[in-house]
Design a protein around this ligand. Structure first.
Ligand SMILES: Nc1ncnc2c1ncn2[C@@H]1O[C@H](COP(=O)(O)O)[C@@H](O)[C@H]1OP(=O)(O)O
Ligand SMILES: [Mg+2]
Ligand SMILES: [Mg+2]
Ligand SMILES: [Mg+2]
Length: 353
């Protein structure tokens, strides 16, 4: 299967949701609330989830969706509901034909909440299931840094299509990653990129526009012959991945450059286009299970760009286990040629802990 229709709808849906998140990013009222696990959620997360699921339901009515957010807070808080609805009803692609392909807008606030709650699939190994993170890196979004709108289609537990909208990364694939990439980001001129991949068809990037899709360009990971010269990417949040283990691994590989810290799956996109080389996410807590929506799109984009993505033991990420990556701990993403060398260093550091 070529999955061209799925890719097209996913790209348009992510592009439209990114318009909404950008509005919130620049407003003073992001409306952060704290969820039961103490992580934040904003009006941007709810609004983007509603717009994307609405597009998927229009195009693929019988597909299931595993999405991060639920409408409970909106049902209980009228003010919050109205604020999110005011955003959702206004945001449209500035291209009628493109907007029509994703079904136009949502009809009213009640339907919006029902749509948000359609993201409650249990996931699993059977059938067509989308994995959606409406804002990945919400902490980065609140801090003014990197974040990503993430959508992937799995068929029988295998990721077939992945799209990442990164409003605060440069369009230019060859722009070097500096240590400031994760700070005070703006979506000024030259910023905003959509990454995409279809299994067996390679990975692309294109500028994030406000209307019809821009032309895609093929992307590929940088070939790294000397691992000591590699650029590492890691989370900003030390609570999400172990900075200390990652720094020991870098040291073991002879890497002296400081790691580039940024929030969200923007890390997967950045290494897929050769702006960085290696993404490490080593567990801080034994009991944390990574969520499928935090990895599905990025995993495919990196592998289609010539990379290998495994957990800390060298197993491929298994998206067929439900809403979490229950069978995996940690993530090691690197160009194919050096992945083993990186993984050996990971194993050796973790063994000696
Ligand atoms: N203890 C944890 N370990 C790993 N990832 C976590 C942890 N807590 C939250 N996350 C998730 O990490 C992702 C962001 O990663 P990064 O640091 O690379 O930007 C978020 O989706 C966040 O989930 P959530 O959306 O529920 O807050
Ligand atoms: Mg996330
Ligand atoms: Mg999220
Ligand atoms: Mg979250």
């Amino acid at each position: 299967m070529s999955y061209q229709q799925e890719l097209n709808i996913a790209l348009l849906a992510v592009q439209r949701a990114s318009l909404l998140t950008k509005r919130v990013f620049h407003s003073h009222t992001k409306g952060p609330l704290s969820k039961s696990d103490a992580s934040p959620v904003t009006i941007g997360d709810f609004g983007a989830q509603a717009l994307i699921i609405s597009a998927l339901q229009h195009a693929f009515a019988s597909d299931e969706i595993v999405a991060e957010e639920e409408a409970k807070d909106l049902r209980e808080n009228e003010g919050l509901r109205t604020t999110v609805w005011d955003l959702v009803k206004e945001v449209r692609l500035r291209d009628d034909a493109a907007e029509e392909q994703i079904g136009g807008g949502v009809k009213n606030a009640d339907i919006m909440m029902d749509i948000i709650d359609k993201g409650n699939s249990k996931g699993g190994a059977h059938g067509r299931i989308w994995a959606l993170d409406p804002i990945d890196g919400t902490k980065g979004f609140l801090r003014g840094g990197q974040y990503a709108v993430c959508l992937a289609l799995m068929v029988d537990g295998d990721v077939k299509v992945g799209v990442l909208g990164c409003p605060n990364l440069p369009v230019d694939d060859s722009a070097p990653l500096d240590s400031k990439v994760g700070e005070n980001a703006t979506d000024a001129e030259g910023m905003g990129v959509l990454f995409a991949a279809v299994q067996g068809q390679g990975a692309t990037s294109r500028p994030l526009t406000e209307g019809a899709l821009a032309q895609p360009k093929k992307i590929a990971m940088k070939s790294v012959s000397d691992i000591s010269a590699a650029t590492f990417c890691e989370s900003v949040e030390a609570g999400h991945s172990s900075h200390s283990d990652q720094s020991q691994i870098a040291q073991k590989l002879g890497i002296t450059k400081p790691s580039v810290r940024m929030d969200s799956q923007a890390k997967y996109g950045s290494i897929a286009r050769g702006a960085g080389d290696v993404y490490l996410r080593l567990p801080v807590r034994k009991d944390y299970q990574e969520k499928i929506w935090d990895h599905a799109a990025g995993d495919l984009i990196v592998r289609e760009a010539g990379g290998e993505v495994t957990d800390a033991e060298g197993n491929r990420l298994d998206f067929s286990k439900g809403r979490t990556l229950a069978a995996n701990k940690g993530v090691v993403a690197a160009p194919e040629a050096v992945h083993k060398e990186v993984l050996d260093a990971v194993k050796s550091v973790l063994r000696n802990k």
